[in-house]
Ligand binder design. Structure first.
Ligand SMILES: Cc1cc2nc3c(=O)[nH]c(=O)nc-3n(C[C@H](O)[C@H](O)[C@H](O)COP(=O)(O)OP(=O)(O)OC[C@H]3O[C@@H](n4cnc5c(N)ncnc54)[C@H](O)[C@@H]3O)c2cc1C
Ligand SMILES: *[C@@H]1O[C@H](CO)[C@@H](O)[C@H](O)[C@H]1NC(C)=O
Ligand SMILES: *[C@@H]1O[C@H](CO)[C@@H](O)[C@H](O)[C@H]1NC(C)=O
Length: 430
């Protein structure tokens, strides 16, 4: 149905996160002449999923496809002029309280099959030998260390990418004039552009929706994606404390889903978060009810997460960094995952609106691919991607989907997903 895009098409990308910006850069580099990115706010968008002091960069996956792709991404993080300043090769420690954890066992097997080195530890003493910087952790657990993992300054890398796009001639419209209220669709069911809060409508011959956790507000993909909020806590360390912890790797507890980063080098911020089943709100549009962050406010502003998240992250702090475990939070946040059933991204033409393309579904693991995912997305957009990739990232028609929506690729820990109460929703400004 959809014809291949041409370099003269006017391309409007909605969303300036990992998926939107990486696509904009790649299309511009491929010779597309008229590329515009719009967003609610200037990137790095403060309540977007791609904005934070840190994100884990790892290639430990149970799915060989993402393991290989993530290894390709790590290579670029380590070497490219654009991204290298934001990458920290601190190492990545995967822990479990039980000798056998399904995710860890499968990830090890993928590592072995792909000839990747890693170091097992059967107890805390063995971990101390591999990673002396973790000597103040005294809880019993097992796991393995991947010395080739680390973390990246997410907001920094996104800012640098946005600047690069702008240098190459990508147009940006941010704020109310760049906040889409709805898609503009012609009588022939062909996309014409988008309607925005102020001014507009913005015309375009192709629209790429890279709106992450907000996507279901603008087109009904309830059968393919859902959203969940995950808690992040920050603690301000002194310069001396940061110095003491600076050699630490990223440590991830797969039993609880809680993980911790080393302090940020300049600002001495400690960050702890949970990769879990998350929290949801209920947005009602007509007769649909779905989870999604607010459109018109910055939901990172209230510095809030629920009480049970607070307890879980405190519990994690006592295990990971007993020395500062009772320190008050300097900031808190709920950050949104865009979930798909198996954690596969969705990068495909919309199944009924001509000229509309979808690029989303990060499922809590999309950030590490920032340096390379634009190439994959542009290949799908131009109809050049191998069929294996097209099928993996296809937008499954509504009628073919049944079973649970939320992602569970086996990597998540902690309690089941729960609905936020009215009071919690009020405090989180959702
Ligand atoms: C707490 C947390 C921890 C994570 N940890 C990791 C990790 O350690 N490693 C890893 O690899 N990945 C991680 N991820 C996943 C990764 O960050 C995401 O997969 C990725 O950032 C998603 O990018 P995106 O472009 O889809 O979404 P976003 O960055 O959210 O971009 C969507 C954009 O669309 C904009 N938008 C929405 N509605 C509109 C509208 N109406 N008009 C205009 N613009 C609009 C938003 O403002 C937003 O900027 C984590 C995610 C979270 C939330
Ligand atoms: C880009 O496309 C838009 C929408 O069709 C159009 O208004 C604008 O003039 C185009 N810009 C250029 C430089 O061609
Ligand atoms: C992970 O959490 C479990 C359950 O609380 C605990 O038994 C284990 O010691 C923890 N490991 C780390 C590294 O904190």
């Amino acid at each position: 149905m959809t014809t291949q895009p041409s370099h003269n098409d006017s391309i409007l990308i909605v969303g300036a996160g990992v998926f939107g910006l990486s696509t904009a850069l790649e299309l511009k580099q491929r010779g597309f002449l008229n590329v515009t990115v719009i967003d609610r706010m200037l990137p790095p968008v403060p309540d977007g999923s791609s904005c934070d002091v840190s994100r884990i960069i790892r290639y430990d996956y149970t799915d060989p496809f993402y393991a290989k792709m993530a290894r390709e991404a790590v290579g670029v993080w380590k070497s490219s002029k654009l991204y290298k300043p934001y990458y920290h090769p601190a190492g990545y420690v995967l822990c479990s309280e039980t000798q056998h954890n399904e995710f860890l066992d499968q990830a090890r097997e993928v590592m072995r099959k792909q000839n990747q080195p890693y170091s097992n530890f059967r107890n805390i003493q063995e971990l101390h030998e591999i990673m002396p910087s973790l000597k103040d952790i005294d809880y019993p657990f097992t796991g393995y260390v991947n010395q080739n993992g680390g973390w990246a300054n997410a907001a920094g890398a996104i800012g640098a990418l946005a600047a690069r796009c702008s240098e190459l001639g990508v147009n940006f419209i941010c704020g109310k004039a760049g906040t889409m209220t709805s898609l503009k669709i012609g009588p022939d069911n062909r996309i014409q552009g988008v309607n925005v809060v102020s001014g507009g409508p913005l015309q375009a011959s192709r629209v790429i929706l890279a709106t992450g956790a907000w996507t279901n507000r603008y087109t009904n993909l309830d059968h393919a994606i859902t959203s969940s909020a995950q808690p992040i806590g920050f603690i301000q360390l002194t310069k001396e404390e940061a110095e003491y912890y600076k050699e630490r790797p990223v440590v991830d507890n797969f039993t609880t889903g809680v993980y911790i980063f080393p302090p940020t080098p300049d600002t001495h911020l400690l960050k702890i978060a949970r990769d879990g089943h998350g929290f949801v709100n209920q947005v009602r549009i007509h007769d649909r009810v779905f989870a999604s962050p607010a459109q018109d406010t910055n939901n990172a502003l209230p510095s809030y997460f629920p009480q049970d998240a607070d307890q879980a992250l405190r519990h994690g702090l006592r295990q990971f960094m007993p020395g500062i475990a009772e320190r008050p939070w300097s900031r808190r946040r709920l950050c949104w995952y865009t979930e798909t059933p198996k954690g596969d991204f969705i990068v495909d033409n919309h199944d009924s609106i001509d000229g509309l393309f979808i690029a989303t579904g990060g499922s809590g693991h999309g950030f590490k691919f920032l340096p390379i995912i634009g190439t994959y997305i542009a290949d799908c957009f131009e109809g050049k991607a191998p069929s294996e990739l097209r099928e993996r990232w296809e937008l499954t028609p509504a009628k073919q989907v049944d079973g649970p929506m939320a992602c569970n690729d086996g990597s998540r820990g902690g309690p089941s997903c729960r609905q936020l109460s009215d009071d919690e929703l009020f405090q989180a400004q959702l």
